[in-house]
Design a protein. Structure first.
Ligand SMILES: [Zn+2]
Ligand SMILES: [Zn+2]
Length: 302
Protein backbone atom coordinates (compact mmCIF):
# COMPACT_ATOMS: atom_id res chain seq x y z
CA UNK A 1 0.00 0.00 0.00
CA UNK A 2 2.81 2.41 0.96
CA UNK A 3 4.68 1.48 -2.21
CA UNK A 4 1.50 2.06 -4.25
CA UNK A 5 0.98 5.52 -2.74
CA UNK A 6 4.63 6.38 -3.43
CA UNK A 7 4.28 5.32 -7.06
CA UNK A 8 1.03 7.31 -7.39
CA UNK A 9 2.66 10.43 -5.92
CA UNK A 10 5.65 10.05 -8.26
CA UNK A 11 3.29 9.63 -11.25
CA UNK A 12 1.36 12.76 -10.23
CA UNK A 13 4.60 14.78 -9.86
CA UNK A 14 5.82 13.51 -13.24
CA UNK A 15 2.54 14.36 -15.01
CA UNK A 16 2.48 17.83 -13.38
CA UNK A 17 6.08 18.43 -14.52
CA UNK A 18 5.18 17.26 -18.04
CA UNK A 19 2.08 19.52 -18.18
CA UNK A 20 4.20 22.45 -17.02
CA UNK A 21 6.84 21.72 -19.68
CA UNK A 22 4.21 21.37 -22.45
CA UNK A 23 2.52 24.62 -21.33
CA UNK A 24 5.88 26.42 -21.18
CA UNK A 25 6.76 25.04 -24.63
CA UNK A 26 3.50 26.27 -26.14
CA UNK A 27 3.87 29.69 -24.52
CA UNK A 28 7.48 30.02 -25.66
CA UNK A 29 6.51 28.96 -29.21
CA UNK A 30 3.60 31.42 -29.42
CA UNK A 31 5.78 34.21 -27.99
CA UNK A 32 8.57 33.52 -30.50
CA UNK A 33 6.23 33.23 -33.50
CA UNK A 34 3.55 35.62 -32.19
CA UNK A 35 2.86 37.51 -35.40
CA UNK A 36 2.70 34.38 -37.59
CA UNK A 37 0.57 32.52 -35.02
CA UNK A 38 -1.86 35.43 -34.59
CA UNK A 39 -1.90 36.15 -38.36
CA UNK A 40 -2.88 32.56 -39.13
CA UNK A 41 -4.99 31.37 -36.21
CA UNK A 42 -7.21 34.44 -35.77
CA UNK A 43 -8.45 34.76 -39.40
CA UNK A 44 -8.81 30.96 -39.66
CA UNK A 45 -10.89 30.80 -36.44
CA UNK A 46 -13.05 33.76 -37.49
CA UNK A 47 -13.66 32.32 -40.97
CA UNK A 48 -14.44 28.89 -39.50
CA UNK A 49 -16.96 30.44 -37.09
CA UNK A 50 -18.61 32.64 -39.73
CA UNK A 51 -18.73 29.72 -42.20
CA UNK A 52 -20.36 27.46 -39.60
CA UNK A 53 -22.94 30.10 -38.60
CA UNK A 54 -23.69 30.83 -42.27
CA UNK A 55 -24.06 27.14 -43.16
CA UNK A 56 -26.29 26.35 -40.18
CA UNK A 57 -28.47 29.43 -40.73
CA UNK A 58 -29.08 28.62 -44.41
CA UNK A 59 -29.46 24.86 -43.83
CA UNK A 60 -31.85 25.18 -40.87
CA UNK A 61 -34.03 28.09 -42.06
CA UNK A 62 -34.18 27.38 -45.80
CA UNK A 63 -34.06 23.63 -45.78
CA UNK A 64 -35.06 22.00 -42.47
CA UNK A 65 -37.71 24.49 -41.27
CA UNK A 66 -40.03 24.11 -44.33
CA UNK A 67 -39.88 20.32 -43.81
CA UNK A 68 -41.10 20.47 -40.22
CA UNK A 69 -43.50 23.48 -40.33
CA UNK A 70 -46.09 24.88 -42.72
CA UNK A 71 -44.17 27.47 -44.83
CA UNK A 72 -47.29 29.70 -44.91
CA UNK A 73 -48.03 29.38 -41.18
CA UNK A 74 -47.35 31.80 -38.32
CA UNK A 75 -45.07 29.27 -36.57
CA UNK A 76 -42.77 29.23 -39.59
CA UNK A 77 -42.57 33.06 -39.64
CA UNK A 78 -41.95 33.19 -35.88
CA UNK A 79 -39.02 30.76 -36.23
CA UNK A 80 -37.57 32.85 -39.05
CA UNK A 81 -37.75 35.99 -36.87
CA UNK A 82 -36.17 34.12 -33.96
CA UNK A 83 -33.36 32.91 -36.24
CA UNK A 84 -32.65 36.46 -37.52
CA UNK A 85 -32.68 37.84 -33.96
CA UNK A 86 -30.24 35.15 -32.75
CA UNK A 87 -27.83 35.59 -35.70
CA UNK A 88 -27.92 39.39 -35.23
CA UNK A 89 -27.00 38.97 -31.55
CA UNK A 90 -24.25 36.41 -32.25
CA UNK A 91 -22.58 38.60 -34.90
CA UNK A 92 -23.17 41.88 -33.04
CA UNK A 93 -21.67 40.61 -29.78
CA UNK A 94 -18.83 38.91 -31.65
CA UNK A 95 -17.96 42.12 -33.51
CA UNK A 96 -18.17 44.41 -30.45
CA UNK A 97 -16.13 41.90 -28.42
CA UNK A 98 -13.49 42.09 -31.16
CA UNK A 99 -13.34 45.89 -31.53
CA UNK A 100 -13.63 46.79 -27.83
CA UNK A 101 -10.14 47.45 -26.50
CA UNK A 102 -9.81 46.11 -22.96
CA UNK A 103 -6.08 46.67 -22.51
CA UNK A 104 -4.47 48.98 -19.96
CA UNK A 105 -3.62 51.26 -22.94
CA UNK A 106 -7.36 51.89 -23.47
CA UNK A 107 -7.51 53.82 -20.18
CA UNK A 108 -7.26 57.63 -20.14
CA UNK A 109 -3.58 58.64 -19.77
CA UNK A 110 -3.89 59.68 -16.13
CA UNK A 111 -5.52 56.34 -15.13
CA UNK A 112 -2.61 54.40 -16.62
CA UNK A 113 -0.66 55.32 -13.50
CA UNK A 114 -1.69 54.59 -9.91
CA UNK A 115 -3.39 57.43 -8.05
CA UNK A 116 -2.04 58.55 -4.67
CA UNK A 117 -2.21 55.62 -2.22
CA UNK A 118 -2.86 53.00 -4.95
CA UNK A 119 0.70 52.07 -5.94
CA UNK A 120 0.96 49.24 -3.40
CA UNK A 121 -2.03 47.52 -5.09
CA UNK A 122 -0.53 47.68 -8.60
CA UNK A 123 2.14 45.26 -9.85
CA UNK A 124 4.99 45.51 -12.30
CA UNK A 125 4.76 43.94 -15.79
CA UNK A 126 8.26 42.97 -16.89
CA UNK A 127 7.25 42.97 -20.59
CA UNK A 128 5.45 46.35 -20.67
CA UNK A 129 7.97 47.61 -18.08
CA UNK A 130 5.45 49.56 -16.07
CA UNK A 131 3.06 49.27 -13.17
CA UNK A 132 -0.34 47.84 -14.09
CA UNK A 133 -3.64 47.76 -12.12
CA UNK A 134 -4.68 44.83 -9.93
CA UNK A 135 -6.17 41.89 -11.89
CA UNK A 136 -4.43 43.07 -15.10
CA UNK A 137 -2.22 40.45 -16.70
CA UNK A 138 0.01 40.42 -19.73
CA UNK A 139 -1.18 38.46 -22.78
CA UNK A 140 1.65 37.00 -24.86
CA UNK A 141 -0.52 36.95 -28.00
CA UNK A 142 -1.93 40.50 -27.73
CA UNK A 143 1.44 41.63 -26.29
CA UNK A 144 -0.47 43.96 -23.96
CA UNK A 145 -1.60 44.02 -20.37
CA UNK A 146 -5.33 43.32 -20.21
CA UNK A 147 -7.68 44.78 -17.59
CA UNK A 148 -9.15 41.97 -15.46
CA UNK A 149 -7.87 39.44 -17.99
CA UNK A 150 -10.10 36.38 -18.38
CA UNK A 151 -8.58 34.55 -21.35
CA UNK A 152 -7.39 35.03 -24.93
CA UNK A 153 -10.11 34.08 -27.43
CA UNK A 154 -8.98 33.11 -30.94
CA UNK A 155 -12.54 33.44 -32.30
CA UNK A 156 -12.87 37.11 -31.29
CA UNK A 157 -9.17 37.62 -32.09
CA UNK A 158 -8.34 39.32 -28.80
CA UNK A 159 -8.41 38.99 -25.05
CA UNK A 160 -11.60 38.84 -23.05
CA UNK A 161 -11.33 41.20 -20.11
CA UNK A 162 -13.01 43.93 -18.13
CA UNK A 163 -14.70 45.97 -20.92
CA UNK A 164 -15.66 43.24 -23.41
CA UNK A 165 -16.67 40.30 -21.22
CA UNK A 166 -20.29 41.43 -21.46
CA UNK A 167 -20.15 40.94 -25.25
CA UNK A 168 -18.48 37.56 -24.87
CA UNK A 169 -21.30 36.45 -22.56
CA UNK A 170 -23.89 37.72 -25.05
CA UNK A 171 -22.05 35.93 -27.86
CA UNK A 172 -22.01 32.61 -25.99
CA UNK A 173 -25.62 32.97 -24.81
CA UNK A 174 -26.90 33.48 -28.36
CA UNK A 175 -24.63 30.78 -29.79
CA UNK A 176 -26.22 28.40 -27.26
CA UNK A 177 -29.71 29.65 -28.14
CA UNK A 178 -29.08 29.37 -31.90
CA UNK A 179 -27.49 25.94 -31.73
CA UNK A 180 -30.35 24.86 -29.41
CA UNK A 181 -32.83 26.05 -32.04
CA UNK A 182 -30.96 24.05 -34.70
CA UNK A 183 -30.90 21.01 -32.40
CA UNK A 184 -34.69 21.10 -31.95
CA UNK A 185 -35.26 21.39 -35.73
CA UNK A 186 -32.86 18.51 -36.45
CA UNK A 187 -34.42 16.39 -33.69
CA UNK A 188 -37.91 16.92 -35.21
CA UNK A 189 -36.65 16.09 -38.71
CA UNK A 190 -34.87 12.99 -37.43
CA UNK A 191 -38.01 11.90 -35.56
CA UNK A 192 -40.23 12.42 -38.61
CA UNK A 193 -37.86 10.33 -40.73
CA UNK A 194 -37.60 7.60 -38.07
CA UNK A 195 -33.83 8.00 -38.26
CA UNK A 196 -32.75 8.24 -34.62
CA UNK A 197 -30.97 4.88 -34.65
CA UNK A 198 -29.62 5.08 -38.20
CA UNK A 199 -26.35 6.98 -37.78
CA UNK A 200 -24.53 4.14 -36.03
CA UNK A 201 -21.33 3.70 -38.12
CA UNK A 202 -21.55 -0.09 -37.60
CA UNK A 203 -24.71 -0.11 -39.72
CA UNK A 204 -22.72 1.17 -42.68
CA UNK A 205 -20.30 -1.73 -42.33
CA UNK A 206 -23.04 -4.34 -42.13
CA UNK A 207 -23.05 -6.16 -45.48
CA UNK A 208 -26.66 -7.29 -45.34
CA UNK A 209 -28.10 -3.85 -44.53
CA UNK A 210 -29.95 -2.23 -47.46
CA UNK A 211 -28.04 0.95 -48.27
CA UNK A 212 -30.58 2.52 -50.60
CA UNK A 213 -31.46 6.18 -51.15
CA UNK A 214 -33.87 6.22 -48.20
CA UNK A 215 -31.24 4.79 -45.89
CA UNK A 216 -28.69 7.37 -47.06
CA UNK A 217 -31.18 10.18 -46.44
CA UNK A 218 -31.94 8.85 -42.94
CA UNK A 219 -28.23 8.47 -42.25
CA UNK A 220 -27.54 12.10 -43.33
CA UNK A 221 -30.40 13.48 -41.22
CA UNK A 222 -29.31 11.52 -38.15
CA UNK A 223 -25.62 12.42 -38.60
CA UNK A 224 -26.47 16.15 -38.77
CA UNK A 225 -28.62 15.74 -35.66
CA UNK A 226 -25.61 14.29 -33.79
CA UNK A 227 -23.37 17.07 -35.08
CA UNK A 228 -25.85 19.71 -33.94
CA UNK A 229 -25.99 18.07 -30.50
CA UNK A 230 -22.21 18.53 -30.25
CA UNK A 231 -22.47 22.12 -31.55
CA UNK A 232 -25.02 22.83 -28.82
CA UNK A 233 -22.99 21.28 -25.97
CA UNK A 234 -19.79 23.27 -26.66
CA UNK A 235 -21.20 26.85 -26.30
CA UNK A 236 -23.48 25.66 -23.48
CA UNK A 237 -20.46 24.40 -21.50
CA UNK A 238 -18.49 27.57 -22.22
CA UNK A 239 -21.44 29.78 -21.24
CA UNK A 240 -21.93 27.84 -17.99
CA UNK A 241 -18.22 28.25 -17.15
CA UNK A 242 -18.36 31.99 -17.88
CA UNK A 243 -21.49 32.44 -15.73
CA UNK A 244 -19.74 30.59 -12.89
CA UNK A 245 -16.71 32.88 -13.22
CA UNK A 246 -18.89 36.02 -13.25
CA UNK A 247 -21.03 34.82 -10.35
CA UNK A 248 -17.83 34.36 -8.27
CA UNK A 249 -16.10 37.45 -9.71
CA UNK A 250 -13.29 35.15 -10.72
CA UNK A 251 -11.54 34.73 -14.09
CA UNK A 252 -10.43 31.79 -16.21
CA UNK A 253 -6.89 33.14 -15.79
CA UNK A 254 -7.10 32.94 -11.96
CA UNK A 255 -9.81 30.32 -11.76
CA UNK A 256 -9.51 29.56 -8.03
CA UNK A 257 -9.20 33.17 -6.89
CA UNK A 258 -12.32 34.09 -4.88
CA UNK A 259 -10.79 37.14 -3.18
CA UNK A 260 -12.90 39.60 -5.25
CA UNK A 261 -16.21 37.83 -4.65
CA UNK A 262 -18.48 40.61 -3.28
CA UNK A 263 -21.81 38.79 -3.65
CA UNK A 264 -23.40 37.51 -6.84
CA UNK A 265 -25.53 40.64 -7.55
CA UNK A 266 -22.57 43.01 -7.38
CA UNK A 267 -20.38 40.49 -9.19
CA UNK A 268 -22.81 40.43 -12.13
CA UNK A 269 -23.07 44.26 -12.09
CA UNK A 270 -19.27 44.47 -12.44
CA UNK A 271 -19.46 42.59 -15.77
CA UNK A 272 -22.93 43.32 -17.19
CA UNK A 273 -23.09 46.96 -16.07
CA UNK A 274 -26.05 49.17 -15.15
CA UNK A 275 -28.64 47.45 -17.39
CA UNK A 276 -27.77 43.99 -16.04
CA UNK A 277 -29.45 41.09 -17.88
CA UNK A 278 -31.12 43.42 -20.43
CA UNK A 279 -27.81 43.34 -22.30
CA UNK A 280 -28.80 39.88 -23.54
CA UNK A 281 -31.57 41.47 -25.63
CA UNK A 282 -29.17 43.33 -27.89
CA UNK A 283 -25.44 44.13 -28.10
CA UNK A 284 -26.37 47.76 -28.84
CA UNK A 285 -27.87 48.35 -25.36
CA UNK A 286 -25.63 50.76 -23.44
CA UNK A 287 -24.73 49.46 -19.99
CA UNK A 288 -22.01 51.51 -18.25
CA UNK A 289 -19.72 49.54 -15.95
CA UNK A 290 -19.37 50.66 -12.30
CA UNK A 291 -15.54 50.69 -12.46
CA UNK A 292 -12.88 51.52 -15.06
CA UNK A 293 -11.08 48.25 -14.29
CA UNK A 294 -8.29 49.73 -12.16
CA UNK A 295 -9.96 49.62 -8.75
CA UNK A 296 -11.33 46.43 -7.26
CA UNK A 297 -13.06 45.85 -3.92
CA UNK A 298 -11.82 42.73 -2.18
CA UNK A 299 -13.98 40.33 -0.21
CA UNK A 300 -12.49 41.27 3.15
CA UNK A 301 -13.39 44.98 2.57
CA UNK A 302 -17.15 44.28 2.29
ZN1 LIG B 1 2.29 43.81 -19.86
ZN1 LIG C 1 -4.69 38.26 -25.69
Amino acid sequence: MVRFRGALRAACCWSRRMCFRVEEGILRFTEKHREKFVGLVHPFSALFLLGLIGFLTVYELYYVLPLITDPQGIWHKFNWLLGIYVVFNILGNWWLGFVRNTSVESLPAKRQHPAVGEAHLWHYCTTCQKLVPPRSWHCRLCNLCILKRDHHCTFTGNCIGHTNQRYFLGFLFHLTLGSGQALVYNALLTWENKAFMVSDPLLLLAQDHPQDAEFEWQYTVAAIFKLSLFLFMVPLGMFALQILMVQRNSTCYMILDRSYDVGWRRNFDLVLGKRRFWIFLSPTIKSPLPTDGTQWIQKYMV
